[in-house]
Design a protein around this ligand. Structure first.
Ligand SMILES: Cc1cc2nc3c(=O)[nH]c(=O)nc-3n(C[C@H](O)[C@H](O)[C@H](O)COP(=O)(O)OP(=O)(O)OC[C@H]3O[C@@H](n4cnc5c(N)ncnc54)[C@H](O)[C@@H]3O)c2cc1C
Length: 362
């Protein structure tokens, strides 16, 4: 039997749940299809976000940090943040978004993996047939919606792997390690959950396992680790993230920070824009590619495009710095890290016309 709705969303992660909420709020029947049987699981995230993520229930904030230590071998500098960064319970965050979406009338169907498109319907592995007046691909870095609708994702793929380790940590300091032996492309991280537990992980091209094992060995934490989790992250600017009756949002649209590859804040901003664009198309019964590009593509690019460019510049700068280890110490000696703490914005959104008051108010 075919199930019809206004907006059909593939992917019950933060982007799909937030986009669904914004569409449903405008009175449209919205269904989210999620392949897993539980929202938020498996939990594949370090959960480090800025205050811009918006109002969260206190119990979801596991720790607050105000210092980022950038290290390369024995060289290092620290950047102090004016506003605390939050370390959140990522599975709890997704569940919180799901509860809010359900309260606004979104229908979330778990255990429904989308496998194809047939005669205008999305088909799931259980044989379900779903049809929406608009289709939203919020299905992450290896989006089947992108593949099926010809919206080409970039080939740049990195692999993240992390575990929770026991040890002794500075509770308010996040450590980012740029040693090429841990990650040639991005960095390894130690994100404290408390004084004696931290998320330890890295993001790299190629196989992350030997690199993470090496990092844990160097930290003397090989035997104190809990479950390992990992996933891929895709990055780069997509030429199109919408077409007639379809849009991509979140990691599926590569809306991630080019420097850290964190996606939660940008996903949240773009989910709002996606929700508004879908609602506008549904209200006007206007779904052609031009309208979708105007109401979605160009709006999100205008909103976070400048931030993406700054993040990319930052990434290039660090790729130069990591070839000259002393540059890390020089940054500290010259007081540039103090300056960076004053002028840098963790989301590169300081001058953006939106989101000065957090995603909630946006
Ligand atoms: C190890 C790791 C650490 C990270 N740390 C941070 C961090 O500290 N801070 C930060 O901001 N970001 C971080 N990120 C990035 C962040 O997790 C992503 O930006 C965010 O999860 C993207 O949300 P999304 O909803 O767009 O995609 P996802 O969270 O990937 O959600 C996509 C959903 O779609 C579902 N799905 C996929 N295919 C199908 C299908 N065919 N049918 C049905 N459902 C499907 C998936 O099961 C999933 O639930 C990290 C990522 C990783 C891998």
């Amino acid at each position: 039997m075919r199930i019809d709705c206004d907006a059909l969303i593939v992917g019950g992660g933060p982007s799909g749940l937030s986009t669904g909420l914004f569409i449903s709020k405008k009175g449209f029947k919205t269904i989210v299809l999620e392949e897993h049987n539980e929202v938020g699981r498996p939990e594949q995230c370090a959960g480090l976000v800025s205050w811009r993520i918006g109002g969260l229930p206190q119990h979801l904030v596991l720790n607050r940090v105000d210092t980022a230590r950038f290290c390369l071998g024995k060289e290092s500098f620290e950047v102090y943040s004016k506003k605390d960064m939050l370390v959140i319970d990522r599975a709890g965050y997704d569940k919180h978004l799901a509860e809010n979406a359900l309260a606004e009338g979104v229908e979330i169907r778990l255990g429904e993996r989308v496998v194809g498109l047939k005669e205008g319907c999305v088909v799931t592995s259980k044989g379900g047939h779903y049809s929406g007046r608009i289709l939203v691909g919020a299905d992450g870095p290896n989006s089947i919606v992108a593949r099926l609708t010809g919206l080409k994702q970039p080939d740049n793929l990195l692999f993240a792997l992390q575990c929770v380790a026991n040890g002794v940590f500075e509770q308010d300091v996040v450590e980012l390690r740029f040693d090429p032996e841990f990650s040639k492309d991005v960095f390894a991280w130690i994100i404290p959950l408390s004084r004696n537990r931290a998320r330890v992980g890295l993001l790299t091209s190629g196989n992350p396992w030997p690199r993470l094992r090496l990092l844990l060995k160097r930290l003397n934490m090989e035997s104190s680790c809990g479950r390992f989790v990992g996933d891929s992250i895709r990055f780069g600017m997509m030429s199109r993230t919408s077409a007639s009756r379809v849009i991509l949002v979140g990691d599926a649209a590569c809306q991630v920070k080019p420097f850290s590859l964190g996606g939660l804040v940008y996903n949240r901003i773009c989910s709002r824009i996606a929700g508004d664009a879908c609602a506008a198309a549904l209200e006007r019964n206007l779904f052609d590619g031009g309208f979708m590009a105007e109401t979605y593509d160009s709006v999100w690019r205008k909103t976070i495009g400048g931030a993406l460019e700054k993040g990319l510049k930052m990434r290039k700068l660090f790729n130069i710095m990591r070839r000259i280890p002393f540059s890390f110490t020089l940054t500290r000696i010259l007081g540039l890290s103090l300056l960076a703490g004053r002028v840098l914005d963790p989301d590169f959104l300081r001058n953006s016309p939106v989101c000065q008051n957090g995603c909630e108010a946006f």
